[in-house]
Design a protein around this ligand. Structure first.
Ligand SMILES: NC(=O)c1ccc[n+]([C@@H]2O[C@H](COP(=O)([O-])OP(=O)(O)OC[C@H]3O[C@@H](n4cnc5c(N)ncnc54)[C@H](OP(=O)(O)O)[C@@H]3O)[C@@H](O)[C@H]2O)c1
Length: 305
């Protein structure tokens, strides 16, 4: 049994990972901050990780085998308006955790993003040179660099995922599902391409990567590339909602603060070779997302704070 210390345990990835993994094959201690969790089966600690000495104290207390570092400011437009705070969490903190993990001989899995690329060509491999466009993406790249400099044995997973969250607002998939369920018209960007992975598929992939002790940068995104518009239509179709409520639109008409890279499709060849099998199919992940909806998972997860 591996003991995971999960930062960002109240976030979309951290919470879904902790709920899915704890008590099965592995054990989890989660760190939350401004959204303390309750009614959960795994252990939690509440801490602002950017305060001095907090990371080291938690590692000494928990004695984990693996740190899964999900805590971040993942709100792209918020990062754009508060760049110094974004750098503290996404950049500096990641390096501090990697340094402490090395000192205490703890494996680290660092969660990064597809957004480190400029999105001009797409299908990026791990050897392509990042060129982040937004403050969020720049600070996430600084985080990756700080992690690998301090701790070359860390795994840096560049991800893009969707699932249900405590606020109902943390993933594009939730936004489509909730709006379409209410019959509201929404825009779907036709000029942003990405490879979304259902969060439970990402959880399984990260567990497998930890078991295989993968090191260095890996692209851990979904098996299929699509536009955000096509993603919305796929959700509408799966859930039985009216796909005509989704208007094809350009990101330039979206009123967003930060620049978005147009083509964030990533090659996952390196990961598939390391795992020795293909990644889960998009349609199967989407079905899991819908099954959770039908079984009341979104309400359950919102009741945990
Ligand atoms: N969502 C995506 O599709 C996507 C795409 C690419 C990459 N990523 C990356 O995936 C990772 C997880 O993202 P997510 O969507 O799960 O994020 P999220 O839902 O926004 O959650 C962020 C988490 O970080 C915690 N946190 C932030 N600042 C903290 C601090 N100073 N001390 C302690 N905890 C702090 C938050 O705790 P409280 O809420 O309790 O304060 C929350 O649990 C991030 O590294 C993100 O950059 C996400």
């Amino acid at each position: 049994m591996t003991h995971f210390l999960v930062t960002g345990a109240s976030g979309l990835l951290g919470l879904n990972f902790s709920l899915a993994v704890d008590g099965k094959k592995h054990q989890v201690t989660g760190v939350d901050n401004r959204n303390p969790l309750r009614w959960i089966n795994f252990k939690t600690l509440q801490a602002n990780l950017i305060k001095p000495d907090v990371v080291e104290r938690i590692i000494q207390e928990v004695k984990p085998d693996v740190i899964l570092h999900c805590a971040a400011n993942a709100n792209v437009d918020d990062c754009e308006t508060r760049p110094e705070d974004a750098e503290k969490v996404n950049g500096v903190l990641s390096g501090e955790i990697a340094t402490a993990a090395k000192r205490y001989d703890v494996k680290m899995i660092h969660i990064s993003t597809d957004a480190v690329f400029n999105g001009v060509t797409g299908n990026y491999t791990e050897t392509d040179t990042p060129e982040p466009l937004s403050v969020y993406a720049k600070t996430k790249l600084h985080g990756e660099q700080a992690v690998l400099e301090a701790n070359p044995n860390a795994l840096v997973a560049r991800v893009n995922f969707y699932g249900w969250s405590i606020t109902g607002t943390r993933s594009l998939a939730e936004w489509f599902a909730y709006n379409l369920a209410e019959g509201k018209r929404v825009k779907g960007f036709t000029d942003i391409l990405f490879c979304p992975m259902m969060v439970l598929d990402l959880v399984d992939t990260l567990i497998e990567a930890a078991e295989k002790d993968l090191k260095g940068i890996y692209h851990c995104v979904g098996a299929e590339a699509m536009s955000k518009y096509e993603f919305g239509v796929a959700i509408a179709t799966q859930f039985g909602f009216d796909a005509n409520l989704i208007d094809p639109a350009s990101v330039h008409d979206g009123g967003l603060t930060a620049s978005r890279s147009p083509n964030l499709t990533l090659s996952t060849e390196k990961l598939k070779t390391a795992l020795g099998h293909p990644l889960p199919a998009f349609k199967d992940g989407l079905k899991k997302f819908h099954d959770q909806y039908r079984h009341g998972f979104p309400e359950m997860i919102k009741s945990l704070v």
